[in-house]
Design a protein around this ligand. Structure first.
Ligand code: NAP
Length: 276
């Protein structure tokens, strides 16, 4: 595996295993520089959302990077108050315009709004049929949400993006997704930094001459999970990509597996405050 390694989705589309997350990048210059730097060091995926308010900057940074648009995997998401069939189609148009692109690689339902998430996914299927997106997916969907979608879908979701890190390993959901050929992407793969002081992780890092962040990101990779760590710092953007030159042993993987606490740093999809 290397920085350009991909996971092949059910329709054959290749999704990079490592991408740059851009949540909370609200400063224009900082955002442009972070994406530019990531692309320079070899990242080939960017994960944004209409909620993040930086789709314009994501599009701009990609256009000015010198890397071909077709070589970069761009994901965005439909926010909760834009869900439902027609509203999702409209929200997609707005995102596409802001990004100033002809198509997107992946479009996700951001959270499963109880009344509308099924219709939202139906709109995503239509966007796929119209070749405006190369892959379909969802985010923050529990197994019970996926079951509902799979019961009706013409095209099963290809990706589910959920919170995953050593303190929230999501093993049951992961098994379900694997069984249904849904690629799992970890958001907050570093637990927003909250797992990086863990003594076990630090000790493994010391043994390998790697940082805690590199150990955690490598653990995700060896679990087959796609990762989208966020950083605005050039040195951390590089650090987070230097995870292809070492391997965790089976014993280290087992040690990391034992850290699960079912602890969330973000919200539980079943208790999300949908008026936010
Ligand atoms: N679908 C969803 O609902 C959802 C929810 C949350 C996030 N996401 C996506 O997932 C991406 C990643 O999640 P996240 O941003 O919440 O959390 P994260 O990637 O786990 O952690 C980001 C935090 O860790 C710091 N950091 C990054 N690399 C580091 C390193 N090597 N050493 C120490 N600290 C480091 C960053 O600070 P600096 O920037 O200062 O380096 C930032 O504070 C988001 O950007 C977004 O694209 C999706």
């Amino acid at each position: 595996m290397n920085l350009q390694s991909t996971k092949v989705l059910t329709n054959g589309v290749e999704m990079p295993r490592l991408g740059l997350g851009v949540y909370k990048m609200t400063e224009r210059e900082e955002t442009l520089q972070a994406i530019d730097h990531a692309l320079k060091v070899g990242y080939r995926a960017v994960d944004t959302a209409s909620l993040y308010g930086n789709e314009v900057e994501v599009g701009e940074a990609i256009r000015h990077s010198g890397v071909n648009r077709e070589d970069i995997f761009v994901t965005t998401k439909v926010w909760n108050n834009d869900q439902g069939y027609d509203a999702t189609l409209r929200a997609f148009e707005v995102s596409l315009k802001k990004l100033n692109m002809e198509y997107l690689d992946l479009y996700l339902t951001h959270w499963a709004v109880p009344q509308t998430f099924e219709e939202t996914y139906r709109a995503i299927e239509r966007l796929y049929d119209e070749k405006l997106i190369r892959a379909t997916g969802v985010s923050n969907h529990h197994e019970h949400h996926l079951q509902k979608l799979l019961a009706k879908a013409n095209i099963a979701p290809m990706v589910n993006q959920v919170e995953v890190h050593p303190y929230l390993q999501q093993n049951t959901l992961k098994t379900y997704c694997t069984k249904h050929d849904i690629a799992l992407t970890a958001w907050s793969p570093l637990g927003r930094g909250g797992v990086l002081d863990d003594p076990t992780i630090l000790e493994i890092g010391q043994d390998l001459g790697k940082t805690a962040a590199q150990v955690v990101l490598r653990w995700h990779l060896q679990n087959g999970t796609i990762i989208i760590p966020k950083s605005v710092s050039p040195s951390r953007i590089e650090e987070n990509a230097q995870i292809f030159d070492f391997e965790l042993t089976q014993a280290q993987m087992t040690q990391l597996a034992s850290l699960n606490l079912n602890k969330r740093f973000g919200q539980d999809p079943d208790n999300f405050k949908f008026d936010f």
